[in-house]
Design a protein around this ligand. Structure first.
Ligand code: PFF
Length: 480
């Protein structure tokens, strides 16, 4: 059964995809990764990957959704049937569903911290606090399973409510309120950072580029981040794509999503670094940049309490609009496949993901260093879940690129893309060879056991890819 839902307006997919893309990845992860990996050099690799790999896969994933007009799992089943190809491609849908479920479980716990910090800012709890007190306050939060579980429940509950109300009544209406509000808040934070922060130091840090600052690790982090930030390989974009109007342009939409998403990361990065430099603090703090360094800066600046509260509301709203896109693919599948009502489907997904989230909750306290997970995998449950998604996301992206590049017919793709022949050729080259080679690189590197072998493996892949690309160009030019 295909879905009957189509977004109300031609442009709603764009709003929804931007809502999914802009989230903790832009506001929390991008600034701290850039901070840790040498600013400008990180930005360069990040931007290159977004445009050479992210956009082509974004187009491919949206295309699979719109072409099948089904949830990712059912959509891939449908496409394998209509293309008489192996059912193994259905794994695209399953990988997406599993990743969405796993990511939601820890995304919600981290977004929950923003609830805590909104309250802390409003109550003035960190005014004039010194570095030690701010760090200690973060540690106290992490040490409390009930508190973490409470915030986790509140956040995931709010996301479930929105998706449970339906594609139009819940998701569309929610996004229509959230997205403009987030934009306004971001501008307020930026204006404030320009007025009282050290914008010159921030711009210098983000835009001055010394390749030597970038370690190989940073290079890989930048690629991984570009997948995470565009919500790729997880079924979220495919699920939203299934509701996309046939008239909307795939290429135009994908470029707009990538540009807006990158712009938000840059504005957030500039604002955060300006405030951090303005307060004389260190930007290379790692994950604590938003929850320790920034609150310290807010505590010292005039009007910092209010600005801090508004900032954490921005983080919360952005995380909410991303979390709903993690619920939708699985919920839509349960509705389609088992005829569940939407509230039933959403509850099933969210309750299970909530329970899995408790593993992340305990990762910061009871199981921080001593748990069955440590014995089995040598790391905390949160780190295990994060690693899993670091493997699943690129793998999903790789399969999506290959399916769209090699299995969909020329006719189908040109009908969906409706673009000129040259862009079509560039896209196909990217999706057939460049994106898979780049993803294979990240993928192999993210599996610890094969770390020693990645150089020869990637070398071989790049060489084979280059030959195949040249061959395909020749065939295309001369006909065969
Ligand atoms: N893109 C989101 C962010 O940057 O925070 C995270 C995310 C949302 C990843 C939805 C994947 C996804 F399906």
């Amino acid at each position: 059964m295909s879905t009957n839902n189509v977004w109300t307006h031609k442009g709603t997919f764009l709003l929804a995809a931007v809502g999914s893309a802009v989230g903790l990845g832009n506001l929390w992860r991008f600034p701290y990764l850039a901070g840790e990996n040498g600013g400008g050099a990180f930005l360069l690799v990040y931007a290159l990957t977004i445009f050479a790999v992210g956009i082509p896969i974004l187009i491919a994933e949206t295309m699979l959704g719109r072409n099948s007009r089904r949830s990712p799992i059912m959509g891939m089943r449908f496409l394998t049937r209509t293309h008489h190809t192996s059912r193994a491609w259905e794994s695209i849908g399953w990988l997406g569903a599993v990743s969405a479920f796993v990511i939601l479980s820890f995304y919600s716990v981290i977004a929950g911290w923003a609830i805590h910090y909104t309250g802390l800012m409003l109550s003035g709890g960190l005014i004039d606090a010194d570095a030690e007190r701010v760090a200690a306050s973060f540690d106290v939060l992490l040490a409390s399973p009930p508190l973490l579980a409470l915030y986790h429940s509140l956040f995931i509950g709010a996301s479930a409510l929105i998706v449970g109300l339906g594609v139009h009544r819940g998701i569309e209406n929610g996004l229509r309120i959230l997205m403009p509000a987030l934009f306004v808040i971001l501008m307020v934070v930026l204006a404030y950072a320009v007025m009282i922060g050290d914008m010159a130091a921030a711009a210098d840090f983000l835009f001055t580029f010394h390749l030597a600052d970038l370690s190989l690790e940073g290079w890989l982090e930048a690629m991984g981040q570009s997948f995470f930030t565009l919500s790729l390989g997880m079924g979220a974009i495919m699920a939203y794509g299934a509701y996309m109007s046939g008239d909307a342009s795939l290429t135009g939409t994908a470029f707009t999503v990538a540009i807006v998403d990158t712009a938000v990361a840059l504005v957030a990065g500039l604002a955060i670094f300006a405030l951090v430099f303005g307060a004389g603090l260190d930007p290379a703090e790692g994950p604590g940049l938003m929850f320790v360094t920034l609150p310290l800066a807010f505590g010292e600046m005039p009007g910092g309490t209010l600005l801090g509260a508004v900032f954490f509301l921005l983080v919360l709203g952005a995380a909410l609009s991303s979390a709903i896109s993690l619920i939708e693919p699985v919920a839509a599948y349960l509705v389609e496949r088992f005829d569940l009502s939407r509230p039933q489907a959403v509850s099933a997904m969210v309750v299970a993901s909530w329970a899995l989230g408790l593993l992340t909750v305990f990762s910061f306290n009871a199981w921080a260093s001593d748990s069955p997970f440590h014995e089995l995998f040598g790391r905390s449950p949160f780190a295990v879940l994060e690693l899993l998604t670091n493997i699943f996301m690129p793998l999903g992206g790789l399969l999506i690129a290959l399916f769209a590049g090699w299995v969909l017919t020329h006719g189908e793709v040109t009908k969906e893309m409706r673009t000129g022949a040259s862009w079509f050729r560039v896209w196909r080259l990217l999706v057939r060879f460049v994106a898979p080679a780049a993803v294979a690189f990240v993928f192999l590197r993210s599996i610890p056991q094969v770390q020693g072998y990645w150089v020869p493996a990637i070398g071989a892949a790049v060489i084979v890819g280059a030959f195949a690309a040249a061959h395909s160009f020749l065939v295309e030019r001369h006909g065969s």
